[in-house]
Every structure is written in structure tokens, then in C-alpha cells.
Design a binder for this molecule. Sequence first.
Ligand code: AMP
Ligand code: MG
Length: 420
Amino acid sequence: MTKTSLQQLASCQDDYDPNSMPVNQARKFIRNFLNPVTAIETLPLKAALGRVLAVSVISPLDVPSHNNSAMDGFAFHSQDIGTEPLEIIGTAFAGKPFTGALKTGECIRIMTGAVIPEGADTVIMQERTQVTGDLMAMTEPPRPQTNVRYAGEDLKAGHAVLEAGRKLRPADLGLIASLGIGEATVYRKLKVAFFSTGDELVSIGQPLATGQLYDSNRYTLHGMLEHLGVEILDMGVVHDDPAALEHALIQASSQADVVLTSGGVSVGEADFMKQLLEKLGQVVFWKIAMKPGRPLAYGKVGQAHYFGLPGNPVAVMVTFYQFVRDALLHLMGQNPVPALPVLKAVCTEPIRKLAGRTEFQRGILFVDADQQWKVRPTGNQGSGILRSMSEANCFIVLDDETGNLPAGTEVDVQVMEGIL
Ligand code: AMP
Ligand code: MG
């Protein structure tokens, strides 16, 4: 990416206005500049949880490898239905097959998972039979070919079981293991460095002087990054000093794929950061048409992707969920990147909202006594009120056109992590 390309692309876009950038347009713009990691590594299966598959997993075998019983009961040929009782000539256990072949009028006792023997195509569950000595009668005959799991019905040999680009989940590890494969080839971990900016910030362990506050952004960022499964470089607090900021940006961009900073991009502070970022890379400054999270800087510092997030604790988290999360998953190689789930829920309170911008109000999604999904706003929606994020489990997403809403309105709700 050259200096002109970022600016050119910006100016090529219809209705590009850095001072009023719609959320979706900013997302699309960012996507155009992402270069996902390409280096790969092969890991033992358990260590690959949460990593992104770089090479599709092809099944070397059929799973299950043989037709087998889905029930404890008796295996026989469906042609014998109506001619019972059948003679019980043996037993098949899971892992200990009956080795003979069945003839007309014969059946075997069979356990769940045991191989269906030659000459049989149907299983009747034990509870629907009556056994007298070595004879089995059916109280409720099954339909032909029932209660059989067929070879390859889970996975077929030669087929792609999991495609490259998939972020591996617990079931995927099991699926790969079921093929007898003990490792996975994944993209290398993405490295993300971050630091907080602000003369007023103090790290935990130091006393607070008047006007100072503890840096909380590095902790929320750490938590969100940890959940995404990236390698984290926490570079501490950097004061609003050009030399210190320049040093920190150079350090961060030389060690990481992505650099995140919080603070210093709002009006009043931005000029100063702008000059610095122009010197070190190419960065665009936007005023996003959203609340919270209006100022956002995006671009490259050296070879690293750069996000300059606002300083307000809620704005940091909102911009992370709305822009950074999606970008990082792309950079990690995940394809496609799933959006955060959006549900409809009835809002229990009236909502105050200005048209012309997207708002991400904090809400608590819950099921009421009538089993209906409801959402309750968390009260004070100020962008410095971090407690509102801690109480919330979702964002109430109110689009540009929406204005004030009465209680009882159905709204879009975006789930952040889990409901609990
Ligand atoms: P800024 O974007 O730098 O103007 O910061 C906006 C507001 O967020 C100010 O009130 C800051 O004190 C606050 N703030 C900035 N960075 C942090 C941080 N790391 N932790 C907590 N609050 C912060
Ligand atoms: Mg600041």
C-alpha cells in the first residue's frame, strides 16, 4: 500500500466524507486494506483450538467405517419381517463383530455401534421384541433398513471435512480426531500491540494525583483480544509527548501485525497525532457517524495495520466490536468472518436517540416470564460510563434514520460475547 493508494481509494469512493463516515462504509473501507497473515504452522490438535485452519482437512476414511447398529436389539434381514420368530445365532458387540453371515430365519443380538453382519440390513430395538430361549419374536416390527448407521454417513473418504479459513471449535477438534488425524495446519498467530495515550493516565499500583485516573482501556482491550485468540503485546501508558509517542509507535509497529492505540484522536488532540502518523505511515482520520466512538483513525504505521481508537472507555469497546474485531478475524485468515449475531427484542424502556447517526446503546438482553426476548437499556449511556458495558450483554443498535422510540418497540440487539 502506498501513500497515495489510501488517500486515492478514499477519494474514489462515492460520497466519501471523513467528517461524517457511515459505520458500514468505514467497515468496507477497512476491509479493502487488510492483508491476512500467510505463514502457517502445524500444531498438535489440542493446541489448534481457536486457531484458523490454513489447509482444508480431507477425510482419509469413511466415518463410520462400517454399517453399524444405532440401537441395542437384534439384526436380521428385512425380508424376514412377518416370518418370525427368528433364531438367535450369536451376538455382536461394539468393537467385537459377529463374523459369520446370516441366513433366512436367523438373527443376532446386536449392541449399539456393533458392525451389521453380512445378510442383515435392519435392526429392531430390544424393547420391541420378546425372546423365548433362542427365538426372537417382534412385538412391533420395524420398517426395513431402520436403526442402521451407514458407512460414510458422517464423513466420506476424499471429501473436505473442514475448509481452510475455519476457526477451529471444540466439535472440529473431535471431528478431526475421528479421522485419526492428530494435528492441524493453521495460520500463525496474529500479533497485536497496544498502548494507551494520555497525560492523565496512571497504571495500577501507583497513587492517583488530582485529575488523574487509572488506565482501564488496556484491560478491556486485553480481554477482547484474548477472546479473539491473538498474541498480545501490552506496551503500557504513553504520555502525550511527541517523542515518546513516536518511539512507542515505532516499537509497536516493528513487533506486531496490528497496532492499537486509545486516546489522542479526538478534536484538539488529533492534529498532533496526525502529524506523527503522517511521518510514520499513512493514516486517515474519520469522524464516524456513530455514538459512542465518533473519532477513529485507521491506516498503516510502517508495515503494521493501525487503529487509533477514541479514549473514552465505552467508545474503545464499541469501536473494537464494530471495526477492530472484524478486521482482526480477517487478518487471522478466518473466511468468512461471521458478524456478531443480531436478534430482535422488545425494549422495556423508552429510548432517546438522535437521527443521523448509528447508536450502540448498552442493553441487557433477557427472557421474561412469557418466554419473550426483551432488552433493558443500562441507564446512563455516557461514553465514559464503563459500568454500562460491564452490566450489558448486548448493544441496542439504532440505525441512522431512527429517532426517539417509545417503550415496547422492537429493536435490533447485537450480542457481544455470550448472554450470561
Ligand atoms: P481522549 O480521546 O484522549 O481525548 O480521551 C477521552 C476521554 O477518555 C478522557 O476523559 C480520558 O481521560 C479518557 N481516557 C483516555 N484514555 C483512557 C484510558 N486508557 N483509560 C481510561 N480512560 C481513558
Ligand atoms: Mg487524551
